[in-house]
Design a protein around this ligand. Sequence first.
Ligand code: ADP
Ligand code: MG
Length: 718
Amino acid sequence: MSTNPARRNAIEAIASQPRLQGSFDFRNEKIDLIYGQNVFSLDKMEKRLPKDVFKSLKASIEGGITLDAAAADVVAAAIKDWALERGATHYAHVFYPLTGTTAEKHDTFFEPNGNGTLAQFSGKALIQAEPDASSFPNGGLRSTFEARGYTAWDVTSPAYIFDTENGSTLCIPTAFVSWKGEALDKKTPLLRSMAAVNKAASRVLALFGKKHGFISASCGPEQEYFLIDTRLFHLRPDLYTCGRSLFGSKPAKGQEFEDQYFGTIPDRVLACMMETERECFKLGIPIKTRHNEVAPAQFEVAPIYESANVAHDHQMLTMTLLKRVAAKHGFVCLLAEKPFAGVNGSGKHVNWSIGGAGVGNLLEPGHSPHENAQFLTFCSAVIRAVDLHQGLLRASVASAGNDHRLGANEAPPAIISIYLGDMLNEVIEQVKKSGSASSSRKGGHMTLGVDTLPVLPKDAGDRNRTSPFAFTGNKFEFRAVGSAFSVAGPLTVLNTIMADSLDKLADDLAAALKKNSDFNSALQGVLKDILTKHGRVVFNGNGYSEEWHKEAAKRGLKNLRTTPDALPEIVAKSSIEVFERQGVLSKAELESREEIYTHSYVLTVNTESKLVSDIAKTLLLPAALKFAADLTPVEKTKSGGKLRKEVIGLADELASAIDALDAAREVSKSDTHAQAKHSCDKVLPAMLKVRAAADALEEIVADEYWPLPSYQELLFLR
Ligand code: ADP
Ligand code: MG
């Protein structure tokens, strides 16, 4: 066989592997019993805690307030007993640093006590820890002499046990803050933004005369990912170092047959999915959907929505489990936004709404005119929020990885706009046009010029995949989020700008009501004003089209194409103001984030560009030159001579592209922002030039010389 030996071995191993014997069979499992078995849920707490302690814990969970020390000791003892019964030996405060990952520090329960060990776990250890995690980026929020950071139990997210092959750990979801109380993580601002939504939505609902419980933001995140065979993965330094391929010529077969989307899930993949889902079920993660995605080797998993904070923790766990279980099945799960050029990348659709007990989903069109007025009010608040803070939303999905996906013809463009669908759009247009005269009180009903809403079809028109932010019947779907992202950032922005819009709406409505005792016409005036000012952000057409880019520019919408263009929006005046007004993030906290994300962008491009240079120099150029040398004996033949000339021509091109890349890489700017700009404008294009020459060589160099597994092999062998 003529394939390169390392690749050949991998391919032979894949071809001859026995059919995987599942370690369990869903048919023999009682999902009822498995579901949530590793979660210290409310019903377990109720069974194990004295009544008064349970009551005060429940109150802190519902109100998002900290637990008092005495109760904490009792709760800790109960959690410890439960965890030990389930075989846990260690506990960990789990937190979510600004790297966008999950972090944890484990301690054992067992401490020596003279003649053996004793399991210890105090209320203090439950509520707070000081992980001395001083190596996490903090963007200037902590200097080394005050490097302490604390993790504090987030009572709104339950503790759980994480099982691995060799043992189990009790995990406590926490917020991570500096000793001054500044947020060093992604969870703290998310929790603050949830409180802001509750406060602001309550003000609006009070004006509607509505009784309600806690108003919470909800989230159902759809996760796309690739599964690649481990044996091939290990032959690709780009994949195992950067999570995405930096080289690879276009395969003969890509996704153009459209035979992959919703196709039959391959057995080996299905076994892996089922085991992932089983692990999710144990942790109470309500996974609902699995399917093949558009690209070969691409799949999706989606849960039923939950409160945004819990959905965030569950989403982080789902990513962890996808990777862990994949490894057990001989796969690597790639979460990068664009692992392979030329086929679709991966996103994470963040479905988002707000609602609560007593009022239900506030973005669900209702059955009565009153409910419809309420729906249009909340919907208008979203439109205002997204229009005013387009830049901030764009920044919340900015990363080196997502830049390769956004705006490529498969994912929404970098211009943030809202898709409403034709029917809702018509209603909104009516509200915009209707003068206050048409508002009236008919038979005690409130009308808004639009008496009843048409029944809005859920999702019918909305297969408009080209919109970054689409109304899908009873929620908005933020589609620009990248597959590797934590949902915390986008959710925090959505909640914060929504809260601010609702506050403004409540102010305006209250003011209008003072002047005008008719609620209906007061509301109509306020909504009309909002929609007239902010309706420009609504766009129902094709977001990929050239015309839209022109039209968006005419409307004054932002088009922030790259991460260095987008990140400064985090510290724009309007962003600082909205975050500070809502008490979600301070100027210093925002500045630290902007700095960390910019730095992280530079680091990513640095690593990738170094790797492009290394792989090209030490693997690809030598392979091409060796092939050319081996062609020397046939140089005199017509075909041999032609091929050799072509190879040498491309090899020279490759060599000079490498030199140009190395020169671009050497430039070092003292300012991080200037460096990010340089990475974006100079280094990335230089990387692409190296890649172009290498990919052209891959197409003509004899297969046995080419060291990297091809796209064909990576995407189709399993
Ligand atoms: P799709 O056609 O995009 O798959 P689905 O109706 O299956 O749409 O919903 C996708 C995701 O949206 C699921 O995770 C679902 O739970 C979530 N979702 C549904 N309703 C809400 C809501 N009110 N708030 C947040 N997410 C929601
Ligand atoms: Mg969807």
